[in-house]
Design a protein around this ligand. Sequence first.
Ligand code: DP6
Length: 360
Amino acid sequence: MTEIDFVPSAYTQTIATGKVTCKAPSNIALIKYWGKKKNQIPANPSISFTLDACATTTSLSYNKLEQPINGFSFDLMFEGKSKEDFKPKIETFFQRIIQYVPFLKEYHFSIETSNSFPHSSGIASSASGMAALAFCLVEIEKLLNPDMGNDFMIQKASFLARLGSGSAARSIEGSLVQWGIHNKIENSSDLYAIKYPYKVHSVFTNYHDTILLVDKGQKTVSSSVGHNLMHNHPFAENRFKQANDNLEKIKKIFAEGDLKKFIEIVESEALTLHAMMMTSLPYYILMKPNTLQIINEIWSFRAATGSNVCFTLDAGANVHVLYPESEKEIVYQFIKDQLVVFCENGQYICDRIGFGAKNK
Ligand code: DP6
């Protein structure tokens, strides 16, 4: 598939007005996307668990305009309130995708969106938000071109979501999703994510992710800026190679269910991501003292008990605590007893592997 394949043929139906609603989850990368080329093409392939509880629900009402307009006509409500400051991001998204969804110029849209997690939690909502919006758009396109097949719809939703936010490409499907060309993963693509196509051991079924909210403030450096700092980064080429190597290694780990090796890759990926930030120019640190406290507690607990709990980080201070279903009681107890104290206002979110976006 190439970009051209996502340009639709002339629409066969005309529809004056309607509304679609979709819900898309967040995801947590195990092998991280960090660095990108033009047009939201990742510098290296990544893989993630799709989450379940952390999700965005978006409704898109559309009303046909008398005639197509030059810009885009839309209004936006976030959690029941008009949200002017989100509009430029949506406008940029629409500009990037207009050639793939030309009906965007033919309608006025009312976007109503809300997150299942608190807005000020420091949890990035761009993955679930862009995935939900992209899914809505493809649902509308299906009404205009009813011949569109289901597999193509999913691919196109991921393709569009990627143009909104790279990691959003991985929020359309579940439960293990891969994005970015890798020579050992058949049908992998830089343009959209795919469901991980190989054997996954049952130990990964229902994997848990408890998100510890260490710092709920706005990030000091956005992901977009961080990605950009990978250009001319002294360690960039090695990092991109490492992500490719890790993806190859994790294939065997997924097949065999070797959690010790899983932990090694996942934690190394998290720390490497932050090492890239600390060695960019300008350099910066998104971890907070409590992020490190939690990491050390997890290491001590693992050494003392032999548990398979581990952590990963996204581009922020919060810690994702990952553990298998078989250890949920013991790890949850550990979290309550020893980790919650490091969370801002004691807040955390219990999540687990999920199955992707759906219409409602
Ligand atoms: C650290 O997808 O937020 O979470 O494409 O600029 O929107 P943009 O970046 P974004 O980057 C996420 C980076 C990450 C790792 C990952 O999810 O793979």
